[in-house]
Design a binder for this molecule. Structure first.
Ligand SMILES: [Zn+2]
Length: 177
């Protein structure tokens, strides 16, 4: 079953997440959300009729942002599975986490000190800072919003209608996020 993205807004109409159209439809059935836009090209089928899939929904809550420490997977998704040192795309099974300031030197497990790293770069850097190793970071790691994580998770499934909905709610340059 193909899953399509549904944009999720919070109470204040701020984009906070992306759900699958199926999950969004379930929330609609349970009256747990307000559907603001429907897909024109995607529908859900039941034996008796078809329902247009939700494209944008609003949930009546305020969403809190990441406060806890990140998981390995959240770091990979934030970095789009890209090695922070050589820029190579790494597979899930080959991705490693690098502490920019090594753990042995007091480097912490936090968003700002962790990056996705390929095994070659991780080995090359070893127990050194990027400067000591003569390596440069492709990007400065930051704490992402929940929404940035959702965007990266769903990026490969974006379609024209969804991009239109993003733009309608203020996200015009998705590539830059
Ligand atoms: Zn690398």
């Amino acid at each position: 079953m193909v899953l399509y993205p549904t944009l999720v807004l919070d109470k204040t109409y701020l984009p906070v997440s992306i759900f699958s159209h199926k999950k969004a439809f379930l929330l609609e059935l349970l009256s747990k959300c307000e559907v603001l836009e429907h897909y024109r090209t995607v529908s859900l089928h039941s034996p008796s009729r078809d329902y247009p899939a939700p494209l944008v929904i609003r949930i009546p809550v305020l969403i809190r942002h990441w406060e806890s420490s990140p998981t390995r997977r959240a770091i990979f998704i934030r970095d789009n599975f890209t090695c922070a040192y050589c820029g190579k795309t790494v597979k899930d099974s080959e991705a490693t986490i690098d502490h920019i300031l090594p753990k042995s030197r007091g480097g912490k497990w936090q968003w700002e000190n962790l990056v996705t790293c390929c095994s070659d770069c991780n080995q090359k850097k070893g127990n050194r800072t990027p400067k000591e190793a003569g390596m440069e970071l492709f990007f400065k790691p930051k704490k992402p919003s929940n929404f940035q994580i959702s965007l990266n998770r769903w990026r490969s499934r974006f379609n024209e209608e969804f991009l239109g909905a993003l733009s309608l709610y203020g996200i015009r340059n998705v590539e830059a996020i």
